[in-house]
Design a protein around this ligand. Structure first.
Ligand code: PHE
Length: 506
């Protein structure tokens, strides 16, 4: 660290330093009185000076015992048991309990406590005579240790001034309500460090200014004044400005990448008919993914969308017999009622296929980012509601190689360098692949998205004749890789601390 320039100190710091230069050490309150600063000003400046290692703070504690309401009374009038003995003496050394109680100016609780203590000290004997409780005073009623201590007590005494034995007695006394209280006071002794002394020796209290005001500028007097240099290394409180959620930030980043690769964004509703979510994607009507355990159905929901008769027929034919695609189809009677059911979309591929049907493109590059829903158990790696990134490329000459190249490029732009592809299966693509990236931190390959070339059973019924490269996969996984998170739920916990601290560019 560079040497500290005394000119960069705040005037409060300078005043305290210069004072300590003469005195080397002093108590906080004393500094405040002698330097003529408020306690608060001294506290602040010593915090700053400590931060710069110019001073040390030596904190000592002082514990004081002071007498409370009952304690003060006992010092004046004696302990209740002593009052009881005195009264018994006045009554001739013995008394009936009721009479004694009546004569004593004590509360019922005090009387019973006094009787208890007096009995324990063997000052009295309690006897039952003719149905009456009689209290007899014994001969030995010398001053107790406790009474001796009380007679020495002043209103406020330093705990260290008591002997070991007295401290035991104080404990006894503290068991009686409102006799004594203990308070702890902190003493702050401020000491100049070696470095502090060096800086203090060079410190002058001048009239350097803290800030430039409009007035100084207007009058031009700033030219004649000196200013305190700014310490740019001083610790400052963190400022948490409003910012986007990391998932949203990542969505923006993905969007940016696709647009830079010449893609256009498409959107679609989160509630879809089974027709778009499954049937148009050549997913058989008895496919397990369509079961209620995997897919959220809208209760009694029936699609009001009317697809052209031609399209419905084409889809029916392709499912039943393969239509004109050269495929054999699934070999069952296609049920339009099942296709009309409404679901929370399970993938964004429903948006893609509807886009193809609506636009019948010969060439296209489109992508979408949206929420999808799956009826699954929530775990560290699964959510019920998450995002997918999806896209297609349509063109006369496009091949699987283009698709692999495109995704490799996409992952590279996200900083994921080691990418590989693995054979996979989807009802709507052939061939089908799975992309994997290597996670350095976890030292393992992670599956990222599914892809392939749409089967003719998907494209031909829509009237799309050119090959369509398609891919789609979860977005949260990528966010997790980016932020080094191992539990996907973290993203939606609304943990403010994490949200504030996630770096914009990890
Ligand atoms: N829809 C698939 C999924 O949800 C991904 C996919 C999209 C696969 C397009 C192939 C083609 O996992």
């Amino acid at each position: 660290m560079s040497e500290l320039n005394p000119d960069s100190l705040h005037v409060l710091e300078k005043k305290v330093l210069v004072y300590l230069r003469e005195n080397r050490e002093a108590e906080l309150k004393k500094i405040s009185a002698e330097v003529n600063l408020t306690l608060d000003q001294v506290r602040r400046s010593i915090e700053w000076l400590k931060e710069k290692n110019l001073i040390k703070i030596d904190i000592t504690q002082k514990r004081t015992i002071s007498l409370d309401k009952e304690g003060i009374k006992a010092v004046k009038q004696g302990l209740p048991e002593r009052q009881l003995i005195k009264k018994l003496e006045q009554l001739g050394g013995k008394s009936e309990l009721r009479i004694l109680s009546h004569e004593l100016k004590l509360s019922i609780n005090e009387i019973s406590a006094a009787l208890g203590y007096a009995k324990a000290a063997k000052w009295i004997n309690v006897k039952k005579e003719n149905q009456q409780v009689m209290i007899h005073k014994n001969n030995e009623t010398k001053l107790s240790e406790l009474e001796k201590l009380l007679s020495k007590m002043k209103n406020s005494m330093d705990l260290s001034s008591f002997s070991k034995e007295d401290i035991v007695l104080l404990k006894q006394l503290s068991r009686r309500a409102n006799y004594i209280t203990e308070t702890t006071m902190k003493n702050y002794n401020i000491l100049l460090t070696e470095k502090g002394l060096k800086v203090a020796n060079k410190t002058k209290i001048d009239n350097a200014l803290e800030s430039l005001t409009p007035k100084l500028l207007e009058t031009g007097t700033w030219r004649e004044r000196s200013f305190r240099p700014l310490n740019v290394e001083a610790p400052a409180p963190p400022i948490y400005s409003g910012r986007k959620h990391p998932v949203q930030r990542f969505i923006d980043e993905v969007r940016e990448i696709f647009v830079s690769l010449g893609f256009e964004e498409i959107e679609g509703p989160v509630i879809q008919s089974c027709f778009w979510n499954f049937d148009a994607l050549f997913t058989p009507q008895d496919h397990p993914a369509r079961e209620i355990q995997d897919t959220f159905y809208i209760k009694d929901g029936i699609s009001s969308e009317s697809n052209s008769e031609k399209l419905s027929n084409n889809i029916a034919n392709v499912h039943e017999s393969g239509g004109k695609t050269g495929s054999k189809g699934w070999g069952y009677k296609w049920n339009p009622k099942l296709a009309n059911k409404l679901v929370m979309r399970t993938h964004t591929t429903s948006v893609t296929v509807k886009h193809l049907a609506d636009n019948i493109p010969k060439e296209a590059r489109v992508f979408s980012i949206g929420r999808v829903f799956r009826n699954e158990k929530v775990t560290f790696k699964n959510l019920v509601e998450f995002h997918q990134i999806e896209g297609i490329v349509v063109g006369k000459e496009v091949t699987l190689r283009d698709l692999m190249g495109l995704l490799t490029k996409f992952y590279h732009k996200l900083g994921l360098k080691k990418v590989k592809f693995w054979p996979s299966f989807f009802p709507y693509t052939e061939p089908s692949l799975q992309s994997m990236v290597y996670h350095e931190g976890l030292s393992k390959w992670i599956e990222l998205c599914g892809m392939g070339i749409f089967r003719p059973e998907v494209t031909l019924p829509l009237g799309v004749n050119n090959p369509v490269l398609a891919w789609g996969g979860g977005l949260e996984r990528l966010v997790m890789l980016k932020y080094g998170i191992d539990d996907v739920r973290k993203l939606y916990e609304n943990d403010l601390d994490w949200l504030r601290r996630t770096a914009l560019c990890p």
